[in-house]
Design a protein around this ligand. Sequence first.
Ligand SMILES: NC(=O)c1ccc[n+]([C@@H]2O[C@H](COP(=O)([O-])OP(=O)(O)OC[C@H]3O[C@@H](n4cnc5c(N)ncnc54)[C@H](O)[C@@H]3O)[C@@H](O)[C@H]2O)c1
Length: 249
Amino acid sequence: MNRLTGKVAIVTGGSSGIGEYTVREMVNEGASVVIADINDELGNTLAKELTNDETKVVYHHVDVTNEDHVAAVVKRAVDEFGKLDIMFCNAGIGSMGKSHELSMEDWNRTISINLDGVFLSAKHAIRAMKENGGGGSIINTASILGHVGQASTAAYNAAKGGVVNLTRGLAVEYAKNNIRVNSVCPGYIDTPMLNQVDDAMKKHLISLHPLGRLGKPEEIAKAVVFLASDDASFITGENLMVDGGYTAQ
Ligand SMILES: NC(=O)c1ccc[n+]([C@@H]2O[C@H](COP(=O)([O-])OP(=O)(O)OC[C@H]3O[C@@H](n4cnc5c(N)ncnc54)[C@H](O)[C@@H]3O)[C@@H](O)[C@H]2O)c1
């Protein structure tokens, strides 16, 4: 039995990496999915690849920092599929640089995509889920770096730490509406986000994970689908580490 049969999901940042693999896994589990991203080429190609007689996947251009865009993609999901059950607030960017040299422009860009974008996506999803009355599941992508510090990632640390506690706050606020809110907290995952990292740095990052390797995007996707499904029906406000033991040390 597929775990998401009849469910409708939006995946922000669904064109690439963790988002892409989550779209694939959700479709495998029977969901209809709207990919929300700024990468139109990859998003449209993925939607086309995954659409067949049984499954419909659509792409919608969304900059998660733009509230009108976010409201529009939620409306698209409801217009196209009749409701919204699952929102994966996943779009994000990496950000590196010494904190005493970080410009406010770079700080604001990271906070805006990685924290404001999650809030806006959750906000509009909650509206649709409340209207529908059937509850729902929101999953945010936080990070190990929302729990522990790292040098030269101040804005990223702040944004992801914000996502961790935003997750708890929304979970408490909307539990009465049967809307569960959780996050996944990946360790370092081998996605295009790590393209900026050289081989020596990759080796170092691998050494930080007790399992001795980077994670794969499909390993995050499986955790997201678990949290989205009824298998996680009593789990809300949880920030689930999927990090090969990184934060266990
Ligand atoms: N890769 C890692 O090691 C790692 C670790 C922990 C957390 N994360 C988090 O996982 C999430 C996904 O990252 P990934 O590794 O799959 O990277 P990725 O670069 O492969 O994918 C990110 C996606 O987000 C989209 N995006 C960027 N800005 C956007 C915006 N303003 N509006 C809409 N879409 C936007 C990109 O176009 C891209 O498709 C991010 O939130 C990231 O912070 C990644």
